[in-house]
Design a protein around this ligand. Structure first.
Ligand SMILES: Cc1cc2nc3c(=O)[nH]c(=O)nc-3n(C[C@H](O)[C@H](O)[C@H](O)COP(=O)(O)OP(=O)(O)OC[C@H]3O[C@@H](n4cnc5c(N)ncnc54)[C@H](O)[C@@H]3O)c2cc1C
Length: 221
C-alpha cells in the first residue's frame, strides 16, 4: 500500500477531473491501474493517465453522483493523503512484441490508459484513435489527442461541425482491418461489446482485441 500526497484536483467539466498525486516510488507501465481508497475501507480501480517517466501520477476521473470513492476523491485538496494499492492489471495498450500496429478506441475516462501510453511514448503513434464523449468540453483539453493526425472525436450529445455527431461506434467503418493490427478498447461496456462484435464479424481474431471495461451502462441508468 502507498500513501500518496494530493498535489492538485483540476476540474475539466463539472463531472470530470484530473487528480494529481505525488508519485512516490510507484513504478508502472501504461495501462496499469491502482486501487484508490476513500477515507473508509472502500476502494475502486483507476487507470493511471500519467506518462511512465513523469514525476507525478495523474488520474482522469468521472465524479459519479454520491459515488463512494470518486465523489470523495473529487473533494480532495492539495496536501491531503490518499491510500493507493500497487499498480496492477493486464491491459497494455500499444505493447508491441513484433512491431504490430495499434488502434485505440475509448469512451469517457477510458482514454486514461491511452493518454498514459501517448505521454510515455510520444513518438509511437497509433494507427488510429477514436474517442467518444458526450460534449466537446470533455475531450477538447487533451492536447496529446488533438496533436494526433489520426484522431477522431465523436460527440454523442452535442453537434459541432468539425467532429462526428453520435456514438463513437458510428465511426467503426473507419477502422482498418489487418492481421498485424491490435485493437485496444477501453471505457463503457456497450461500446466495447459492440466494437468487439464488429471486429470479429470483420474477421479480426479474438487475440487481436484487447478490452478494459470501466463502467457498465446499466449502472448509469
Ligand atoms: C479496471 C478499471 C479501471 C477504471 N479506471 C477508471 C478511471 O481511470 N477513471 C474513472 O473515472 N473510473 C474508472 N473506473 C471506474 C471506477 O473504478 C469506479 O467504478 C467509479 O469511479 C465509480 O465508483 P464510486 O465509488 O464513485 O461509485 P459507487 O459508489 O461504486 O457507485 C455509486 C452509484 O453510482 C452508480 N454508477 C456507477 N457508475 C456510474 C456512472 N458511470 N455514471 C452514473 N452512475 C454510476 C452505481 O450503480 C451506484 O448506484 C475503472 C474501473 C475499472 C474496472
Amino acid at each position: 500500500m502507498n500513501t500518496l500526497t494530493v498535489l492538485n484536483v483540476i476540474f475539466i467539466t463539472d463531472e470530470l477531473f484530473e487528480l494529481q498525486v505525488e508519485r512516490g516510488d510507484v513504478q508502472f507501465e501504461p495501462g496499469a491501474c491502482v486501487a484508490l481508497f476513500n477515507n473508509g475501507d472502500e476502494s475502486r480501480p483507476y487507470s493511471i493517465a500519467a506518462g511512465s517517466e513523469e514525476d507525478i501520477l495523474r488520474f482522469l476521473i468521472r465524479r459519479v453522483p454520491n459515488g463512494l470513492v470518486s465523489d470523495w476523491l473529487a473533494q480532495r485538496k492539495p496536501g491531503d493523503l490518499v491510500q493507493a494499492s500497487a499498480p496492477f492489471g493486464w491491459f497494455r495498450p500499444g505493447r508491441s512484441v513484433n512491431g504490430e500496429r495499434s488502434i485505440f478506441i475509448a469512451t469517457g475516462t477510458g482514454i486514461a490508459p491511452f493518454l498514459s501510453y501517448l505521454r510515455s511514448y510520444p513518438l509511437q503513434i497509433p494507427e488510429l484513435c477514436l474517442y467518444g464523449v458526450r460534449r466537446l468540453e470533455e475531450g477538447f483539453n487533451l492536447k496529446e489527442l488533438q496533436n494526433l493526425y489520426n484522431f477522431r472525436l465523436a460527440l454523442s450529445q452535442e453537434e459541432v461541425s468539425s467532429h462526428f455527431h453520435g456514438r463513437v461506434t458510428g465511426l467503426l467503418e473507419l477502422i482498418p482491418l489487418a492481421t498485424d493490427i491490435h485493437y485496444y478498447l477501453c471505457g463503457l461496456d456497450t461500446m466495447i461489446d459492440e466494437t468487439s462484435k464488429w471486429l470479429e464479424d470483420h474477421g479480426v481474431a479474438y487475440t487481436q482485441i484487447h478490452r478494459e471495461i470501466f463502467f457498465y451502462e446499466d449502472a448509469t441508468l
